[in-house]
Design a protein around this ligand. Sequence first.
Ligand code: TRP
Ligand code: ZN
Length: 469
Amino acid sequence: MIRRRVVVVAAIAAVAAAIALQAATAGAAPGAAGAGDPTFPRAGNGGYDVGHYSLRVRYRPERRRVRGTAIIEATATQALSRFNLDFRRLKVTRVSVNPAARSRVAGNDDVEAGFRRHAGELTITPAAPLEVGDAFTVIVRYRGRPHPVREPDDSRTGWLRTRDGAVVLSETRGAPSWFPCNDHPTDKATYDIRVTVPKGLKAVSNGALEGRSHRGRRTTFAWSEGSPMATYLATVAIGRFELRRSVAAGFPSWVAVDSRQRDEGAMSRTGAVLDLFGDTFGAYPFESTGGIVDSSPIFGVALETQTRPVYPHPPDSVLVAHELAHQWFGNSVSLERWRDIWLNEGFATWAEWWWVEHNGGPTVHRTFRREYETQASRHSFWDPPPAIPRPAELFAISVYVRGAMTLQALREKIGDATFMRILRRWVSEHAYGNATTDDFIALAESESGLELGEFFSVWLYEPGKPKSW
Ligand code: TRP
Ligand code: ZN
């Protein structure tokens, strides 16, 4: 009797739950295959938001093969019948999707999902549709030989082989070469990255080193980045490194130097750089710092990987300043679409000039004048205008230098105090978020009380050397 009533109640509850579920997932549709960025229509995806990536990667340099598990915690932003991750070439062996709420009811922790690969997209179909607002965990198991990604300017990014291991440099679309992700800066997440390598090698990544453990002939390094991070800023460097922990500007600092490189270069100036930028722009946005000096036959430029830039050779202090400036401009305040890359590179270049001025070099004003006068006739110096680069021009010299000159011209037009207030508000109002060129123009106008449409049009959008503004 009692027993039967329980069964009946349970049956009614199950039917009610099924009806409720049907209602909530009614109209469940596939998530978009791109985040809507005009420069890279297939980068990122729609329909969900990632909160955390837990990546476990094992690498065997002699065979150049990885074996990985990505545990991705996300929230559905629409009712989803299926959704995409960005992931390239590596073989996927198993995918599960576990809705947090319902798996607890069902007592089931690992619900296998269907998946399909197509041109850099991994399409996942969960056993049941996801509701709007559902928290869910995706587990992707994979393995194979990672290949770099070819960028529009013909450079290679992502997982790059080095003589004694590998290094990851992913700006702009290299991240899917080594883990499945929502590959667009508008979907930042926290990370823990655990890398297992043959004994004798080291693995360095973003954030804090939480632990190091040995098992048989392997060592596992566990790193953790607790501040939101864009996919292209996640790194791993594997090889023979000297790894040193110290303190810089009050933050724990990990510096790794390839054992074949002479020294750590100017990374010892990290504390001084962070102090200057902290005073100028506002507090350093992350909880650790440092750097990695490595070398690969196929990369020759430094990248501002979060908390721990990667340098292809021992850097001078100007390069250290540039990469550390990106921690504010690019990493904390990130672009919303790649076309606004001058918000990263122009600002980091201006900050580089600011560091030089504060270290016995020319003032930013003089650097501006020198660039303005000596480069006057070179078309490739002024074009493209910084705010409208084509895909292959994202890292053109004009994005860096004319971008920085835009800021200095603004400073000289509106005065020092107003300019510094704008920079500080930019950093605090968009901390850990995303912003656009229009957001910057609006902020500059509201803080200065001036109409600056013409000024920014001349500096950011009109081809050729700016003549009057
Ligand atoms: N953001 C880098 C800088 O100027 C430049 C860069 C762009 C880069 N894409 C890259 C470096 C890919 C290495 C790999 O600081
Ligand atoms: Zn840069």
